[in-house]
Design a protein around this ligand. Structure first.
Ligand code: PEP
Ligand code: MG
Length: 841
């Protein structure tokens, strides 16, 4: 059977996201739920059609789908106008192209004028189409278009687009069409538009966005062709965006923005400042009431907060789009708790609506509650959290500037996204809660204030002017995206207060998860923070960090440089009480919880000066210790095997510290970088000689050989902790310290990997080693405790994998503990599914 590449909206459903894209699947679902007369008719050209097209094929035949649409609309394309919009599997706001009012030409524009009795409207629509079509389908640069418009306004002696007369618009349309070859035939227009939207998948903006969000190039985008409805038909028409709940706070009242007598892109572009949705209750009460009802219905149907686009055409409400609302962490946890309490969702379903990585924002600073500062300007609180930094005016400066920056713009566009990533916060003078700046900032967890209209941002002069004061690049600015306040004072930022909903969500997560969550902590401060955030123990204490402090460095260096055992012992004797005190601090803080201490694991060179800085015997010794590949050199257990006095000192310090504190800790001693079972048995003997037989001794599993012989290593170990940083490094042969700056970007570019394997575990390769070692280790010793302490322990996708692989706990940096708790709960709720073909298929 031939593959179906075009689907009518009435044929699809929300389960067809991969094929129809997020937007196509949602429009289809909405058509089912609300009925065909609430949702303008249309069809979706699939992502598969896009993939085939981008491989050099052509777009599928649209004849049948179009005929069906024309039949439903009761008119032919031309008289019938359509929008042509992209729609990838995951939303990529503003990154792909859209064309509106397609079908207009010199003949149909007259028909439109007659049908609507509004000549100005018809010509303005035609002008917009000629503009978009030229830009998107014919590649005419925006500034060339803007120049034409500006010239026309100058000649007409007007300031605003809305002041142009019919004759002006006619002339402008002709001018625009003069910039390229304009097809009068609507079908030709349609085909060119579909091709152009497919092509935009490969555009620079879209590619950059995909890199940032780990979206594979291979997906392609779908295209949605939909009958146009008009929000710009006069005072009884409007366009808007509406959320089923407040998208900033999560409060259960619908919210949104709308503009009377405008098309949808006017609302989103932020060029005109829109009205609050609540005002619609007065200006268009019937449509408003219907809309509120629909928002509730959609939310019930999807079981999630919805973000919709709507148009009222001469009093009649149409829903154009719905999707799950992107939301800041504070709204996410509030929605989860409210939805469970309202009975909209079960607790487990509610937990699944929270994106773990976004919770980070709840742990970020706000303005100090007693901070004394002058408000410079107020704007729309568009994305929560506070930020402070030097003013920059362009994305490029944001990326290049050292230190904290705040990106200040009149409004933002897709090209500014790299700057969002580099900036602490975003401030704009125009636009509302649904503006590009607001959407992107919330998606990326950056604090944002927009629509601060008293502020005049002059990009040409690189100045921002507010009430007579002038600010330039590099000047300090601070903003609070939760309240909308902006100040030029150096306000202190403080850690956030406890959010009760967050606490509730975490408590539910703890009930649901199987995986334990520990932390990687080397100091009492880190341990304390991690415990506050819910850590159930320390999964990794890196003792080498204790030797980096200024008072330890010389001793450490003397220990390494020592020529013989005696000399080394002398240095170690001086280090021992310092180590003991370090451990006591940790043990006190952890009050009886497990603390896993790893024996020293430094590449030696980290403690040594460069030989050129030394003289005589010292220099010779330093030369002798130098290694070409220190990361593959005398690290971990290798060091302890050649200098057993080092682990002896460390173990003595641990034992003494454990005896000295109030609550006896559950100490685990961990040997790093083991490859051979004999390495571990030798070190186990040493540890037991110092600590007695009952001590818990385990090993890091961070070398491929250790995974292959995990059963034999398990004979010697009470526990394994996967060091997925080194395991990734050694399994892939990628240097963990160099890969980011070198070839990783190219690898992502060429589709070899989607993201850094040091961030998200390479489940089919490195993950297979983890599963192998977990499985064979447990076969040999069923009560072998299994954890992971590489960076992946705090990455939600990797946590899901570790749950599946049957580990007992993950361990991550303190601030990621809440993320890991929620990610672990979600993994448990989603349940066991196949972790993928271990061979990588
Ligand atoms: C690891 O390799 O994953 C690990 C936790 O150890 P480190 O990062 O200290 O090498
Ligand atoms: Mg390691």
């Amino acid at each position: 059977m031939e593959e179906k590449l075009v689907y009518d909206f009435e044929e699809g459903s929300r389960d067809m996201r991969e094929l129809l894209g997020g937007k196509g699947a949602n429009i289809a679902e909405m058509t089912r739920v609300l009925g065909a007369d609430r949702v303008p008719a249309g069809f979706t050209v699939t992502t598969e059609a896009c993939v085939a097209y981008l491989k050099g094929g052509d777009i599928p035949d649209l004849g049948e789908a179009l005929a069906h649409l024309e039949e439903k609309a009761g008119k032919q394309l031309g008289e019938l106008l359509v929008s042509v919009r992209s729609g990838a599997r995951e939303s990529m706001p503003g990154m792909l192209d859209t064309i509106l009012n397609l079908g207009l030409n010199d003949t149909t524009v007259e028909a439109l004028a007659r049908a609507t009795g509004n000549e100005r409207f018809a010509w303005d629509s035609y002008r917009r189409f000629a503009q978009m079509f030229g830009n998107v389908a014919k590649g005419v640069p925006t500034d060339q278009i803007e120049d034409l418009i500006a010239a026309r306004k100058r000649e007409a002696g007007v300031k605003l687009d809305t002041e142009l007369s019919v004759a002006d618009l006619q002339q402008l349309t002709a001018d625009l069409k003069g910039l390229y070859e304009f097809p009068e035939d609507p079908r030709e227009q349609l085909e060119a538009a579909v091709r152009a939207v497919f092509d935009s998948w490969k555009g620079d903006r879209a590619v950059a966005y995909r890199r940032l969000h780990g979206i594979p190039d291979s997906w392609g985008t779908a295209v949605n062709v939909q009958q146009m409805v008009f929000g710009n038909m006069g005072e009884s028409s409007c366009s808007g965006v509406a959320f089923s709940r407040d998208e900033i706070t999560g409060a259960p009242e619908p919210s949104g923005d709308y503009l009377v007598n405008a098309q949808g892109e006017d609302v989103v572009s932020g060029v005109r400042t829109p009205h609050d949705l609540s005002e619609m209750a007065t200006s268009m009460p019937e449509a408003h009431e219907e809309l509120i009802g629909i928002l509730r219905e959609l939310e019930r149907h999807y079981g999630d907060m919805q973000d919709t686009e709507f148009t009222v055409e001469e009093g009649r409400l149409y829903m154009l789009q719905t999707r799950s609302a992107k939301r800041p962490a504070q709204a996410a946890v509030r929605f989860a708790v409210d939805a469970a309490e309202e009975g909209l969702l079960s607790r487990e379903e509610a937990l699944l609506t929270v994106e773990p990585a976004a919770l980070d924002a709840l742990l970020h600073p706000t303005f100090g509650p007693d901070a004394d500062f002058d408000v410079l300007v107020r704007g729309v609180p568009a994305s929560p959290g506070a930020a402070k930094g030097a003013i920059v005016f362009t994305a490029r400066e944001a990326v290049e500037h050292d230190g904290d920056v705040v990106l200040v713009r009149p409004f933002t566009e897709a090209d500014d996204v790299a700057g969002f990533d580099a900036a602490r916060g975003i401030l704009t003078s125009e636009g509302g809660k649904a503006s590009h700046a607001a959407l992107v900032a919330r998606g990326m967890g950056r604090p944002c204030v927009c629509g601060a209209s008293e502020m005049d941002v002059d990009l040409a002069a690189k100045e921002m002017r507010v009430n007579g004061a002038v600010f330039r690049e590099g000047d300090l600015i601070a903003l609070d995206g939760t309240s909308g306040v902006v100040t030029a004072d150096d306000v202190p930022l403080v850690d956030p207060e406890v959010d009760e909903n967050f606490e509730t969500v975490l408590a539910w997560a703890d009930d649901a998860r199987r995986l334990g969550v520990r932390t990687n902590a080397d100091t009492p401060d880190e341990a304390q923070k991690a415990r506050e955030l819910g850590a159930e123990g320390i999964g990794l204490c890196r003792t080498e960090h204790m030797f980096m402090a200024a008072d330890r460095q010389p001793l450490m260096r003397a220990m390494i440089m020592a020529e013989g055992e005696e000399e080394r012992k002398e240095a170690l004797d001086q280090l021992e009480p310092l180590q003991q005190a370090d451990f006591e601090g940790l043990f006190e803080e952890m009050a009886g919880l497990p603390v896993c201490i790893r024996l020293l694991d430094p590449p030696l060179h980290e403690f040594l000066p460069h030989p050129d800085e030394l003289e005589g015997a010292e220099r010779e010794r330093a030369e002798a210790l130098r290694e070409t590949n220190p990361m593959l050199g005398t690290r971990g257990c290798r060091l302890h095997i050649i200098y057993p006095e080092i682990p002896r000192m460390q173990v003595r310090a641990i034992v003494k510290a454990a005896a000295a504190v109030r609550e006896r800790p559950r100490v685990e001693i961990m040997v790093p970088l083991v490859a051979y079972e004999r390495e571990l048995s030798l070190l186990r003997e040493i540890i037991e000689e110092e600590a007695g037989e009952g001590v818990s001794v385990g090993t890091m599993i961070e070398l491929p050989r250790a995974c292959f012989v995990a059963d034999k290593i398990a004979d010697q170990a009470d526990f394994f902790s996967f060091g997925t940083n080194d395991l990734t490094q050694t399994a892939l042969g990628f240097s963990r310290d160099d890969v980011e700056g070198r070839f990783l970007a190219k690898y992502i570019d060429r589709g070899i990997v989607d993201r850094s394997p040091f961030e998200t575990l390479d489940t089919s390769g490195v993950g297979w080693l983890v599963r192998l070692a977990a499985w064979t280790g447990r076969e040999r010793k069923p009560d072998l405790e299994l954890g992971v302490c590489g960076e992946h322990g705090g990455d939600p996708d990797s946590v899901a994998f570790f749950d599946l692989a049957g580990l007992d706990y993950v361990s991550c940096s303190p601030y990621r503990v809440p993320i890991a708790r929620v990610a672990a709960a979600q993994a448990a709720i989603r349940g066991v599914s196949d972790p993928g073909d271990p061979s990588g298929g």
